[in-house]
Every structure is written in structure tokens, then in C-alpha cells.
Design a protein around this ligand. Structure first.
Ligand code: HMG
Ligand code: MG
Length: 307
């Protein structure tokens, strides 16, 4: 198999973050029925992990204020994990009431970003996560950990891989079953990705690491393939490349899930995702957000099957 020759995994877990990471930074605040339809369409496309929303301060992120109602409205499929972002115990209680399958705590590898994003230092953020992770364990809810700014910070610039490794291992050792490394502002390139993965994987098992690339400089897919060749097999992406980060001005959305799925499917790497259903969902949500459809693969695929 070609993927084996190129040292690529046989299967990749895709974590769809569009309804959360995508919509949290769209100018249009979507109503509950639209968000519900988006999640349902994503479920129908075969994606196994969907980040549905966030239980964060509605004053900070008004786009996520209706997350409880969205969880209530979605049609859940038994084999799909529906997760949410949780910053503290207040958020955890709301997540629990919404019967989430998984939660994600989120820290940053830059002090300034941590302050701007969650209004506390990195150390304080870990103090807040401790009771959340303990409560999640008691409720049998798996916890994912995010680390932002792993390849650069909008305020502090360069971020050392060694620092990322230490913080990633703190998240892992606290009980996060998976740690997602976020290039929040999409500045990294393939050589930096190699150094990052090599350094972090000395502290956290490679199978427990995910990559989360925003596509600001168009490097995300190259970085993902590089990360896969280094042994990563979990990739975050956002349908239609929606979104950005409210605390990282100018950062564009995550890599479009359609682009990742097209590349992986064609390389013979199993994703279980139906590109047609996914692209139709991407085109539909882009129209609703009144923006051009950002996925090149999705556009090309839909144009081709129209003929
Ligand atoms: P705070 O202001 O430091 O602290 O917020 P607080 O605990 O004193 O709360 C202030 C107000 O928020 C209070 O309300 C609380 O009740 C309320 P008030 O008395 O003013 O009316 N509050 C909450 N409401 C709902 N749900 C909650 C909650 N907690 C407090 N859970 C806090 C700290 C973290 C809550 C706040 O700063 C916040 O919500 N920040 C939002 C951060 C966020 O969602 N950022 C975007 C996601 S991160 C990201 O995109 C990066 C990622 O994609 C990876 C990558 O790309 O790198 C994951
Ligand atoms: Mg992100």
C-alpha cells in the first residue's frame, strides 16, 4: 500500500470542530435549528467525532451561548462522540446536563494568549482544570486537552517546542486521554511541525496526540501530512474551513475537513467519511454564513458530480 511506503497511518481519526471552533468566530450568530442541522448533516457524513459547542462565558463568546439547546436538538448516533469545550466547573455542570460524550479543556502555550483567551495564567488554568477533570472522571466522561499557540503566538511570537512538550505532558498526566496541539494562528510550516512532534512525542505517547492546524498561511495540509508521517493519526478540522479564533486577530479557520478527507481518501487512508455528504454540508453552511465556500476539494468535488 502506498500509504505504508510513505510511512502514513492506515486510518485517521478526524475530529470535526466546525460547529464549535468554526462557528465561534463567524460574524453571523446562528440559531439553534441551523446548528442542529449542521451537526446532523455532519453525523450523516460519517464523521465519528463532532465538537458540537462550548460551555464558556456567553459574554466572551456569544456564538456559543445556545450550546445546551443545540445538544438537546441533535439526533445522536450511537457510534458518534459529541463533545464540547469546557473551561471550568460551571461549564462542566452545563456539559453534564447536556449529556455530552466527551469534554475538552483548553490551555495555551503562551501566557499572553492564556490571559486574553481565558483570563488567567497558564498555571491558574491548570488549577481550574483539576476539579473539572476529577468530576469528569467520576461521571465517566473522557477529557480531551487542547494546547494553543504551539507554533506561534499572536502576542508573543515564537513558542519553544520544549515548552509545548512540558505543557502537553501536564495535560496528559492530569488525565486528558488525548492532547490536541493547536497552531491557533496557522503560522507553522512543515519543518517546525517535525520539530514539534519529535519534541512533544518524547513526553506524550504519539498515539495520544492530535494536530489542529488553522490555515492562515495555507500550510495546514502540508503540516498535517508531515505530522501523519511522524506517527500522528488524529486530525482536527472544520467543515468548509469555517472560523478562526476570537483572540487571534487575522487567524483564519481550521483546515477544511473536505480537503483533509479528499487527500486521505485518495491516499488510501481510511476515514469513513462520505465526501459528497460532507461537501454538501460545507456548501450549505457557507451559504448560511453568507460567505464563499472555502474548501477547494469540496468545490471541485461538487462541480464534478454535477456533470
Ligand atoms: P472570567 O471572566 O475570568 O471569570 O472567565 P469568572 O469565572 O469570574 O466569570 C465571569 C462571568 O462569566 C460570570 O458571569 C460567570 O458566571 C460567567 P457574570 O457574573 O459576569 O454575569 N461564566 C460562565 N458562564 C457560562 N459558562 C461558563 C462560565 N464561566 C464563567 N463556563 C472564562 C473565565 C474561561 C469562563 C472566560 O474567559 C471564557 O469563557 N472565555 C472563553 C474562551 C473561549 O471560548 N475561547 C475560544 C475557544 S479556545 C480556541 O478556540 C482554541 C482551540 O480551538 C485550539 C487552537 O486553535 O489553538 C481550542
Ligand atoms: Mg482552533
Amino acid at each position: 500500500m502506498v500509504h505504508a511506503v510513505l510511512n502514513l497511518p492506515a486510518r485517521v481519526k478526524i475530529v470535526e470542530v466546525g460547529p464549535r471552533d468554526g462557528l465561534q468566530n463567524e460574524a453571523t450568530i446562528l440559531d439553534v435549528p441551523v446548528k442542529v442541522e449542521l451537526v446532523n448533516r455532519l453525523s450523516e457524513s460519517g464523521i465519528g467525532f463532532i465538537e458540537v459547542g462550548a460551555f464558556v462565558s456567553p459574554k466572551k463568546i456569544p456564538q456559543m451561548a445556545n450550546s445546551s439547546a443545540v445538544f438537546q436538538g441533535i439526533q445522536r448516533k450511537a457510534n458518534i462522540c459529541y463533545s464540547a469545550l469546557v473551561p471550568n466547573t460551571v461549564g462542566f455542570e452545563a456539559a453534564l446536563a447536556s449529556k455530552v460524550n466527551e469534554i475538552a479543556v483548553f490551555a495555551a502555550a503562551s501566557e499572553t494568549f492564556s490571559q486574553r483567551n481565558i483570563n488567567c495564567s497558564i498555571d491558574e488554568s491548570f488549577d481550574r482544570f483539576l476539579p473539572v477533570i476529577t468530576a469528569a472522571k467520576q461521571a465517566n466522561i473522557p477529557v480531551r486537552g487542547y494546547l494553543s499557540c504551539v507554533l506561534g503566538c499572536p502576542y508573543e511570537g515564537k513558542v519553544e517546542a520544549e515548552k509545548v512538550a512540558i505543557l502537553a505532558s501536564r495535560l496528559f498526566n492530569m488525565g486528558c486521554h488525548e492532547v490536541s496541539l493547536g497552531d491557533t494562528i496557522g503560522v507553522g510550516v512543515a519543518t517546525e511541525t517535525v520539530l514539534l512532534i519529535d519534541t512533544v512525542s518524547k513526553h506524550v505517547p504519539i498515539g495520544k496526540l492530535a494536530v489542529h492546524f488553522h490555515d492562515t498561511y495555507g500550510q495546514a495540509l502540508a503540516n498535517i501530512i508531515t505530522a501523519l508521517q511522524k506517527g500522528i493519526s488524529i486530525v482536527d478540522s472544520s467543515v468548509a474551513g469555517l472560523g478562526g479564533c476570537p483572540y487571534a486577530v487575522g487567524a483564519s479557520g481550521n483546515i477544511a475537513t473536505e480537503d483533509v478527507v479528499y487527500a486521505l481518501n485518495k491516499m488510501g487512508i481510511k476515514t469513513d467519511v462520505d465526501l459528497e455528504k460532507l461537501s454538501r454540508a460545507g456548501m450549505w453552511i457557507s451559504q448560511i454564513c453568507k460567505k464563499n465556500y472555502q474548501s477547494k476539494a469540496g468545490q471541485a468535488f461538487l462541480a464534478k458530480i454535477k456533470k
